[in-house]
Design a protein around this ligand. Structure first.
Ligand code: PLP
Length: 427
């Protein structure tokens, strides 16, 4: 059957960004049956034994409790399961000195849905026909933002400025405030902190400055804290979650070991929360209550925050060190390679200035030596400007074993060296 699709139907049935690459990766892995690939493309978190045990224990607690029937056999409120909302309010009020009430919190089926609701509530055409933009203040950023808005022309991203330490082969993106435009045409602002794919953590001052630009215009700023503290606490550098009237602090339990249960959390102004809650009622009623109930146990006991800090964070931070040390040893010193500062998340981000081939071609060459990374150009949703940098980066996942990371980086170093050498020879 070949049904006629609407514009939205056609748009939404296309895979965007990294999801399109994932299809190629899955096909590569299937076609190469027998060949061992070092897969450094995954965004799926590693199943860490302590984390799995935590969710098992919380499940056992739920199964033994009298609330079990109420949790799984009945619909609930669109805003979320009350014990989870209470647990979050208590935890955040105590931890960050806030005064959250239950009306400041919304639970969604994963945080991706949250960005979909927000992007389409605040971005797109107003009733009077004006286009409200969804501003990504620092590109590259999460590829998933590319698919969230039904009005594609609403998405606009800004080129960053670059802090480069060439001698140390390190760099860091910073928002370019001389270029960033937040105006009455802005519907909302979104960025991830820590950032997928780069591991960048915008400083507290940078975040406050962005929020302050948006505040007088009543523009919501969504801070995607899928990797932030207190859980999964995948920040390797000091950072404070920033709250404020126009800030929607958005979280996810996916990297805290619960991606299958789809739990996203938004914390913010009551009116913003209400808009998103209504959107959710229309879209899907509510998130899974089983996941919400076990999350309430894990947060109330303090175990989720503890395991995040003591187990999840060190696991990925050590992996980043393995990438960094191996590249330092294996990459030729005279090549202009630059690794983004590893400030958080579960990825390393490598920039190869003046790369003689595209990131896509490099991805193909790495596949030839059994290494799979993600070409960086998929992480610039909304950035319309031509910028050669977009084709000079790759994302390296920190979810492989130490040994695989070492071998993968050594092979990458060899391929990169050959690529630059060939270009010198042919020139
Ligand atoms: C930065 C960022 N935001 C949001 C998401 C979506 O997460 P989920 O819908 O599982 O909460 C991801 C997933 O990888 C992510 O990396």
């Amino acid at each position: 059957m070949n049904p006629a699709l609407t514009q939205i139907g056609a748009q939404m049935s296309n895979l965007t960004g990294v999801r399109a690459i994932m299809k190629d990766i899955i096909e590569t892995l299937r076609a190469g049956a027998g060949q061992h690939f070092i897969n450094l493309s995954a965004g799926n978190p590693v199943i860490l034994p302590e984390v799995e045990q935590l969710w098992r224990d919380c499940t056992a607690q739920l199964l033994a409790s009298s609330e079990y029937g109420e949790v799984v056999c009945r619909y609930g409120s669109s805003q979320g399961y009350a014990p989870l909302i209470d647990a979050i309010a208590k935890d955040f009020n105590r931890r960050y000195g806030l005064e959250l009430s239950d009306r400041n919190i919304l639970i969604t089926p994963g945080s991706q849905s949250l960005y979909f609701y927000a992007a389409n509530s605040f971005g797109g055409y107003t009733t009077s026909g004006e286009l409200k933009q969804i501003v990504l203040p620092l590109s590259p950023d999460y590829t998933g933002y590319g698919g969230v808005c039904l009005v594609q022309e609403a998405l606009i991203a800004y080129k960053p400025s670059l802090d480069i330490d060439a001698a140390a082969h390190k760099f860091k993106y910073r928002p370019d405030f001389s270029n960033l435009s937040i105006t009455e045409n802005t519907g909302c602002v979104i960025f991830s902190r820590p950032c997928n794919p780069t591991g960048n953590v915008l400083t507290d001052d940078e975040v406050k400055k962005i929020a302050a630009l948006a505040a007088p215009l009543d523009v919501p700023v969504l801070i995607d804290s899928a990797y932030g503290p207190p859980f999964p606490a995948l920040n390797f550098t000091e950072m404070t979650p920033i709250f404020g009237n126009n800030i929607l602090h958005c979280m996810s339990l996916s990297k805290a070991g619960l991606p299958g249960e789809r739990i996203g959390i938004a914390i913010g102004d009551e009116q913003l929360i209400q808009v998103l809650e209504c959107f959710q009622t229309n879209a899907c009623l509510h998130a899974s209550r089983y996941g919400q109930a076990i999350a309430a146990y894990a947060i109330n006991s303090g175990m989720l925050a503890e395991i995040a800090e003591l187990v999840i964070r060190p696991f990925y931070q050590n992996k980043f060190t393995v990438v960094e040390n191996t590249l330092d040893e294996a990459m030729p010193k005279d090549l202009p390679w630059l690794l983004h500062r590893g400030e958080g998340a579960i990825f390393a981000w490598l920039w190869l200035p003046d790369l003689p081939i595209t990131d896509w071609e490099l991805y193909q060459q790495l596949k030839q030596v059994g290494v799979i990374v993600v070409p960086g150009s998929t992480f610039f949703p909304g950035l319309q400007q031509e910028w050669e940098h977009k084709q000079q980066c790759v994302r390296i996942s920190l979810t492989a074993s130490d040994e695989e990371i070492v071998i993968g980086m050594q092979r990458l170093a060899k391929v990169v060296q050959q690529v630059y050498q060939c270009s010198v020879v042919s020139a």
